[in-house]
Design a protein around this ligand. Sequence first.
Ligand code: AHG
Ligand code: MN
Ligand code: MN
Length: 338
Amino acid sequence: MSKVKTLGQFIIEKQNDFPYAKGELSRLLRDIGIAAKIVHREVNKAGLADILGEVGETNVQGESVKKLDVFANEQFIAALSVGGECCGIASEENEDIIPIDTPQSRNAKYVVAMDPLDGSSNIDVNVSVGTIFSIYRRVSLTGPATHEDFQQRGTEQVAAGYIIYGSSTMLVYTTGKGVNGFTLDPSIGEFCLSHPNMKTPSNGKSYSINEGNYVHFPDGVKKYIKYCQEEDKATKRPYSSRYIGSAVADIHRNLITGGIYIYPTTASSPKGKLRLLYECSPLAFIIEQAGGKATDGFQRILEIEPKTLHQRTPFFAGSSEMVDTACDYMKRYSAAQV
Ligand code: AHG
Ligand code: MN
Ligand code: MN
């Protein structure tokens, strides 16, 4: 008897934990898993673009070649639209919400917010990218989703997850009862449970921030970086600096080994760069479920009330003690800038 547990088996086993009707959220997660496998396939062929055709050209099969973020967006929208459990999508790639209006989805209970391809500048250089998703129960009653369905705080998420297309492809998700990670076995085409009940260490040895923006950081962040670089045996400082530039990959590493990820305000991004709805909130839900913390430097990410679809926020996330220390520096040196 094989010990392998697939994502599909795991979801069915756990569906009694869901607070609402059983099969629907399971099917939604299954639909996301299907789209993830298709995106995995294309991400793995990205280096072949020169052979198969450049973006914007027609490839040897006569198909027009799309940018991978556009392709990923289309795949997730298609999977969620035909699945019948989702009545609307908010995507980084679309200015407005995408209401789904099919006979099956009219009474669907969920909406999905997503960043279909995170870290897309890393695609051309064969470095890890990801997908982030966040699932809410609709607040509208019936028909296609409305804006108010997406104007819910992160605390209202029923599930969230990310897919990392890295040296292997993994899907990591939570429904509010811990975090579980599944690695894609391409030989059988299944995500298999490889990281059950993921917990992040309360302290780590690395900090992840785009230090090139140093001069534009708030004073609290500047002082915290200096703290990370100081020598102190008791707290194992100096920490290592580790920054991939794909939030999913940086967060994934820090989740496993311990660490802090910071994307603060900068001169070019005075409100931060990352988006609340489909980057920070889902990542914050996962990090908290793994025992870590996620804030905007002052306030818990999950309690921020979203005002607009593509709202940005500063992001401090990772090992709880490291985030606490960084937030102490923000309170001491940057309160005036908020
Ligand atoms: P996206 O590719 O979805 O636009 O997101 C990129 C984000 C995030 O993944 C990453 O951590 C950050 O932008 C990198 O930004 P900098 O290049 O400014 O460091
Ligand atoms: Mn992104
Ligand atoms: Mn993106």
